[in-house]
Design a protein around this ligand. Sequence first.
Ligand code: GAF
Length: 381
Amino acid sequence: MKLTIDDVRSRFIKHLGGEPGSVYASPGRINLIGEHTDYNGGFVFPGAVQQGIIAEIRPNGTRNVRAYSIDMKDYVEFSLDDEKGPNATHFRFIYGVAREMMKLGVPVEGFDTAFAGDVPNGAGMSSSAALESCYAFAINDLFYDNKIEKMELARVGQRTEHNYIGVNCGIMDQFASIHGKAGNLMRLDCRSGEFKYYPWNPKGYKLVLINSCVKHELKGSPYNDRRRSCENVAKALGIETLRDADWDMLESVKDKISEEDYKRAKYVIGEYYRVLAVCDALEAGDYETVGEKMYETHAGLSKDYEVSCEELDFLNDIARDCGVTGSRIMGGGFGGCTINLVKTELYDTFVRRAVSLFKEKYGKSPVVIDVVIGDGSRKLC
Ligand code: GAF
């Protein structure tokens, strides 16, 4: 994390006055494979990154929250008992988390807070989950003696997206932000909630993100439509989620569902099998298969799930032309980054080529982000 405690503390004191409070951090995430599977009860394979949110928080003995966003240079004051909450999205995350914690019986009190982040916005690295997880973790620590278990804190963040932001997301991002562990990816079964850490140390390979800087915002994007398509197909099949579907079942309802819903489900079922194949390949140290599956995911996300864009397809083509082992859209799509599994000796050539060809075509440089797998939500001081 480039951001330091002092960056946040100095503004906290400047804008909110008084004594220092407690400081918490929560990261953004990457996802190796398993995209749009979380809300379908499937598997995901995320890891926390070093970039994240840092927030300083100090209970103020009132029912009000006084919050300063260092990045947006924006201040708000709202009551915890207000039914509507603030308008600005960056403050609604805090309001939503506090209200969801109150619904769980947490005796949340008013607090003063300042926060900043270094997860690039709209990159598909989950800056919003970082913010939600940071406040859920902090409120649990400050007002409830950490009595709420981590998976429930992740659900608080997810419900904040559903109930206060309007994005019907799955659990992956908040799960990853809360549970992240340096040097480890995690395989989460989104149906049972069971997860396993996978040490991530692929000798001879690097993970690098290329941010197209096409702004991805899930709010108002067709993200919710994708989820609805999956639910339509599950309903036609008489099952709870597409986790329980296979190819034959999908074919059996082909005539009863729209062509569009069919394509969405086709991608999701394929992705379920791809994640399992990647788990086996990782256990065998077979990164070629991991990479192949990443390319297959990209093709599915682009052609069947239709959440790619011209710029991301272009970056994916460059990766393939350069001989990069694996490459695909990462996160919800509609812009943001590709994630690339690159042999160390190819790294410089690939990055140089991707930047220059992209710039030549679109007139602006994409941003290169080296992936370092970091820790999940924590108290810094
Ligand atoms: C977004 C959502 F928030 C996640 O829940 C997940 O569905 C992801 O898109 C796609 O895999 O990040």
